[in-house]
Ligand binder design. Sequence first.
Ligand code: NAD
Length: 440
Amino acid sequence: MKITVFGIGYVGLVQAAVLAEVGHDVVCVDIDSNKVENLRQGIVPIYEPGLEPLVRQNHEAGRLNFTTDAASAVLHGEVHFIAVGTPPDEDGSADLQYVLGVAETIARHMDGHCILVDKSTVPVGTADKVRERVAAVLALRGRGDLGFDVVSNPEFLKEGSAVADCMRPDRIVIGTDNRDSEEVMRELYAPFNRNHEKVIVMDVRSAELTKYAANCMLATKISFMNEMANLAEELGADIEMVRQGIGSDPRIGYHFIYAGAGYGGSCFPKDIEALIRTADSIDFDAKLLKAVKARNERQKNVLFRKIDRHFAGDLAGKTFALWGLSFKPNTNDMREAPSRVLMEALWQVGARVQAYDPEAMDEAQRLYGNRDDLILCGTKEAALKGAEALVIVTEWRAFKAPDFDFIKQQLRQPVIFDGRNLFEPRRMAHKGIVYCSIGR
Ligand code: NAD
């Protein structure tokens, strides 16, 4: 099938590469000419396990191409994926300018029937707006005769396992009332739907809400566990024991019930906020979502509060080793990362940071490269040297079994602040390490 993908970000690039891998003929369009040029040379701008070879091989095989020329790309595709960003507007609602801009571009250049697929996370009602925008441009062109449809097909990939998630999706949600569009979408996804039925077809508005409901449910689980962790700390309980105790109930399950330093990333914070705004716009008070958001904002400061308390507010001039900059493991993405909240709080009081992350060093350099109170270190060991204490913010696998004797040797004080509960408190005490983790 001939497919065009608008937006070569985490979602667009991974989806495009995976569709090309199963044999579709995919053209990707982006307004960022640097990105397009790099991709043509096999340079992948983001870190995702397995993505680079997939992009390179499919590009070499001629099934995956990159361009800034939207006109030719529109003429290529029978299905157009819209996978551009939907960042928060000033008031927190989803900014649809990029989505509607792409809709307009498609309408300006299309020359036959096509299907526009909303892959971006967009508020309920967006497909109607896309439809109106396309119809208006076609009318201006005097091409009201050209048929088109708008389908909602939200993306559920997880950064860090995006390729695997797209290759073997849990579910494929298709929002449409049109039988012909449904058939086209089923055919497109057939290679990913061979062993058991994963396609869930529903009306467009339900599909749009499904994406927000999924992210808000996951964020709720995290904020709930963080609330329990804070309670556990006050009550002398251990949240890790509590987690195991409740996870064994199949109605609750073990997934996504880890207490920590708060959720970040490009999706949860913005999607919660956007759904709150959608609710506000119809005078619906989304009490639970507001609480989830408030709990998370407070939790992102939990490590700083613990550090500040431990050093009795005397942080100016001290240096802290920080392990983990990305908002979660296996990605270089630092958008809304708890590490940023912590570093900025430490800098605010005159402390310095020596940081290491397995994949996010370039991103950290891009964001904070000009600061002299941040030293980016080439290894996790180098980050320890002469630091007052170690702070672990992201649970990368390489941090899970460190050499504690070496850590003690390198630090000025044998103190670890662990935002991800990687170690056993009793074992840390045995090793002579002051260990401050979450909820125990
Ligand atoms: P991103 O910021 O990584 O990429 C967006 C890309 O779109 C950029 O390369 C940008 O240059 C490009 N772009 C902007 N305007 C354009 C235009 N007019 N034509 C062509 N390209 C254009 O974004 P992302 O993380 O891939 O997210 C995209 C959407 O998918 C968002 O709505 C997001 O909420 C949603 N989503 C993201 C994830 C995730 O884990 N990142 C998961 C599921 C859904």
